[in-house]
Design a protein around this ligand. Structure first.
Ligand code: PSU
Ligand code: MN
Length: 313
């Protein structure tokens, strides 16, 4: 492990040797979030999936760097023991961008969302990040104003984000509108549509489609060369055989959202509550599709990061 204080930052970053070496050599690295380990799935599926996700990044041709908060330091890359510790420890807080300074200052463990993982990735000099489902504009946001910080962070962090779109439980039309308003490029890799997590399509057309990895790398670099300091979203749908039919799951989602409303679940707790309720309603089918889409997206992230590192040489 190497600890780097960071040339321009007092925030301690702790790199695994493998990640430090890859970055020093200009090799491909993919940053990964840890909130999906602590909040997205239950133990021991979460630990097994986190390991499979890391293997998938490697299969794609890159080095995985799972991000987490550990006693005032940002982990950039986790060991097998770290992953097991995050997966098995109950009560690790979900840390989004605004929580990051407080949790780092106070010490203790923290699980990073997409948003806070992007903050860490940029500090660490990692230009690629992968997660199955980004946060977005929640259904009913007209009155709740529940819009994920993930979307705001895309306007601030210079990192390419590979994902399978946003979760089906969100308002995907409004999520796409938000991304457009905030000038976030959205590139669909290998599909015409914006995917919806474990569903291959949200029913919405993506603004751009590119199937060639090198061309995606070039579009990402061009966005930054144009003076933009934000993210580029690259979506990749899950496979046919692992996908869930959108209509099939809609009733379970509607019911879960009603349940959240009835139980007074608010803010950051909504996503986990609704995802788990849908998993119960589908007798684990959505949880299995969730694990599959995580692995698939990680593999696509590895492949795209590898093409990007090659392009930059
Ligand atoms: N994927 C899941 N479950 C989750 C998340 C992803 O299957 O809980 C997390 C991600 O970490 C994402 C976060 O960044 O949800 C967004 O939460 P919010 O809407 O509160 O910003
Ligand atoms: Mn929210």
């Amino acid at each position: 492990m190497t600890t780097q204080p960071g040339a321009h930052s007092p925030v301690p970053l702790v790199f695994t040797d493998e990640v430090a070496e890859a970055l020093a050599a200009g090799g491909p690295v993919v940053a990964l979030e840890s909130n999906v380990i602590t909040h997205g799935l239950a133990y021991p599926d979460n630990a097994a999936t986190a390991r499979k996700v890391e293997e998938a990044v490697r299969a794609g041709g890159a080095v995985p760097a799972t991000i987490g908060i550990d006693h005032g330091r940002i982990l950039v890359g986790m060991t097998g023991e770290d992953i097991e510790r995050f997966a098995a420890t109950a009560g690790i807080p979900k840390v989004s961008s605004r929580d990051l300074p407080v949790v780092l200052a106070a010490g203790g463990l923290g699980a990073t969302t997409v948003a806070s993982s992007l903050v860490a990735a940029e500090l660490a000099g990692i230009p690629f990040f992968a997660s199955a489902g980004i946060g977005g504009v929640h259904r009913g946001a007209e009155s709740t104003m529940d819009i994920s910080s993930d979307l705001i962070q895309f306007t601030r962090s210079k990192v390419a984000v590979v994902c399978a779109g946003a979760k089906k439980i969100l308002d995907l039309r409004l999520t796409m509108e938000f991304l457009e308003t905030h000038c976030v490029p959205v590139i669909s890799y290998g599909s015409d549509d914006f995917p919806a997590f474990y569903c291959r399509s949200s029913g919405l057309r993506a603004p751009h489609r590119i199937d060639d990895e090198t061309l995606i790398a070039r579009a990402v670099e061009t966005h930054w060369a144009l003076g933009n300091d934000g993210a580029v979203l690259v979506t990749s749908p899950t496979t046919e055989e692992d996908a869930i039919d959108g209509d099939e799951i809609e009733a379970a989602i509607a019911q879960a959202l009603d349940g959240a409303e009835r139980d007074g679940v608010r803010g950051g707790a909504v996503t986990k509550y609704v995802m788990r309720a849908v998993d119960r309603a589908t007798e684990g089918r959505s949880a299995r599709a969730n694990m599959a889409v995580l692995v698939h997206t990680a593999e696509a992230g590895g492949r795209l990061a590898a093409a990007h590192a090659e392009y930059r040489r």
